[in-house]
Design a protein around this ligand. Structure first.
Ligand code: ADP
Ligand code: MG
Length: 306
């Protein structure tokens, strides 16, 4: 079984050896990775500053990484697993442990840099919830922001959450709401519309697919889209939402798996009844679990203000 330990400078020799073995086994890159230039001195200094992780398989060290703070997130450097230990979930265990550690430290996400020449590596990160936020020469920067979960005891709670979120929103933002019929997506949007100070009552957009609520003041408009009745991404695109996206806060109900293509930066908000989605057990007054999943650099360091 895999065991992941948080380590400091005392583990520099083992981490250096793992870096050498893991990075040395890879096909050479041009320009070469700086990982192979690490020394006991540099690794001791890096681990001494922010620590790292060592993964052990049956008591044998097989993988490591070094932490580095990057703004509100934690950067992962020198992430490597021995070739002999690959395919056994060690890398995944390291990512999980890194997330736990970063959460403990009060950080809101993980960052990592990969090489464009290594698509399988990029795929690994994407599979673990990282998104490609920037390409810079041979480097791809990826970020994973952590989900936050809250419980809303009643509709007022869900709307209060929307009211807390509203001051953080600005023109161009995209919110994607998912949840069964009656989960509370429109209820949330009503709270948001009130807090944003927009014109018109926010209702289920039953006869229109999208409704624009202009701001009564200086703030952004609210574009409220019901993607439930849409056939797919192509149709959503046909709505020409792009024109208003830049000037409005756009809320898409039931857009999961559909509206993501509209923007990398987005807030995905999933609302579920605490009793689950079984219609026999479901009660209108059940508390709701709200999972907020921020995606993209726009949201880095933002939800801390909630
Ligand atoms: P959706 O848009 O997801 O289909 P609605 O917002 O139209 O759902 O309806 C949600 C219903 O559930 C409303 O009648 C609302 O009063 C009720 N409700 C009960 N508890 C909650 C809660 N915690 N959050 C949101 N809505 C709730
Ligand atoms: Mg609705």
């Amino acid at each position: 079984m895999t065991l992941v330990r948080v380590v400091g400078a005392e583990s520099a020799p083992v981490v250096l050896e793992l870096i050498g073995a893991a990075f040395g086994a890879r096909a050479p890159l041009d320009p070469p990775t700086a990982a192979l230039s690490e020394t006991l001195e540099t690794v001791t200094a890096e681990l001494g500053a922010y620590g790292g992780l060592v993964a052990e398989l049956d008591g044998r060290p097989v993988g490591a990484l070094i932490f580095e703070p990057v703004g509100t997130a934690v950067g992962l450097r020198r992430f490597g697993v021995l070739p002999s230990a690959q395919g056994r979930g060690v890398a995944a265990a390291l990512v999980d442990a890194a997330e736990s550690r970063a959460r403990e430290l009060g950080c809101d996400g993980l960052r990592v840099t990969a090489r464009v020449e290594l698509p399988a590596t990029i795929e690994f990160w994407e599979h673990h919830g990282f998104v490609d936020v920037e390409r810079e020469g041979v480097n791809v920067h990826l970020v994973k922001l952590f989900e936050q979960t809250l419980t809303a005891a009643g509709p007022e709670d869900t709307q209060r959450f929307a009211e807390r979120l509203a001051p953080l929103l600005r023109a161009g933002d995209l919110l994607i709401l998912t949840g069964d019929l009656g989960a509370g997506k429109t209820t949330f949007t009503q709270g948001l519309g009130r807090a944003l100070g927009v014109r018109g009552d926010v209702t289920s957009p039953t006869f229109v697919i999208a409704r624009v609520h202009p701001s009564l003041g200086e703030g952004p408009a609210l574009v409220h889209v019901d993607a439930y009745r849409l056939g797919g991404y192509a149709e959503l695109d046909d709505l020409d939402l792009d024109t208003s996206l830049d000037d409005a806060v756009t809320v898409v109900e039931w857009g999961g798996g559909l509206a993501e293509g509209l923007a990398t930066d987005r807030l995905e908000i999933a609302i579920t009844r605490s009793s689950g989605s079984n219609p026999v057990l479901a009660e209108d007054h059940d508390p709701r679990h709200i999972v907020v999943h921020p995606v993209g650099l726009r949201w880095l360091g933002e939800l801390e203000k909630l």
